[in-house]
Write a protein that binds this ligand. Structure first.
Ligand SMILES: [Zn+2]
Ligand SMILES: [Zn+2]
Length: 255
């Protein structure tokens, strides 16, 4: 049987934690049934990949949830590295349109040729790749950036990534139930008005609604680190009956 794993290259979120590197911010490396997916290559991703013993050349798909730099700053470096300076293009890039096109794209134009196929993520859009499917679920409300929820399905496994965004009603409708692993960008311990990020309170509602086998919280702000993600995860586990883990830099989860 093929091994499935998720490695958290970084777990920082929010301006201070990411841009002062209080926690790393290198995104998530998902191995699903032999396909390697790099999700949200934030600042430092290239370094963390090699530090964890991975190799960019093994990446099959790069997925960017949205254009904010904590999720995309190393996109160009990783593609340059993974494609051996465009000589060996990567199969697939999945990202919202404003990451690749428009006035101010994140992806440098000369690197377009380092990607065989670019598919924009949209609501309820399924993108097949070999033995897996990548699905854009609901549009998130996230300031200044097109952002979508993402699911990764194989025949037997389901991984869900809930990126940054403000909590609203659709958050309790748009995702699948009973995922093997459901990852939540849980930036704040409590709701903060005026911020377009999820809090532990919001995530608890989503866990109760979707009942994943394992939930992981990550993308922590200073407030979250002060409140102690481990304690918050333990409390969420007690309340929801679902196993909730607080991610730490370099954490690897086999499933
Ligand atoms: Zn963002
Ligand atoms: Zn973010």
């Amino acid at each position: 049987m093929l091994k499935n794993s998720i490695t958290f290259l970084g777990t920082g979120g929010g301006r201070v934690v990411v841009f002062r590197q209080i926690r790393h911010s290198g995104g998530i490396w998902l191995n699903l049934e032999g396909t390697n997916v790099l999700i949200d290559p934030g600042p430092g991703s290239l370094v963390r990949i090699f530090e964890k013993g991975f190799d960019t050349r093994d990446i099959d798909i790069i997925v960017v949830s949205h254009r904010h730099l904590d999720h995309s700053a190393d996109l160009n470096s990783v593609i340059e590295s993974a494609s051996e300076s465009t000589k060996k293009p990567k199969d697939l890039l999945i990202a919202p349109l404003d990451v690749v096109e428009g006035d101010d794209p994140i992806l440098l134009k000369y690197l377009r040729k380092a990607i065989k196929e670019y598919v924009p993520v949209e609501e309820n859009k399924t993108i097949p790749y070999k033995n897996i499917q990548i699905i854009g679920t609901i549009k998130h409300i996230h300031e200044g950036a097109d952002t979508y929820g993402l699911e990764f399905h194989s025949e037997n496994k389901k991984v869900i990534y809930v990126p940054c965004g403000k909590f609203y009603e659709k958050m309790l409708e748009g995702y699948s139930e009973n995922a093997d692993v459901m990852i939540f960008n849980t930036t704040f311990p409590k709701k903060v008005e005026g911020y377009y990020h999820l809090s532990a309170e919001d995530v608890e509602k989503m866990i109760e609604r979707y009942k994943p086998k394992i939930a992981v919280i990550t993308h922590f702000s200073v407030a979250m680190l002060k409140a102690d993600p481990e304690k918050i995860a333990a409390r969420m586990s007690r309340k929801t009956g679902v196993k909730v883990l607080a991610a730490y830099d370099g954490m690897r989860l086999n499933f």
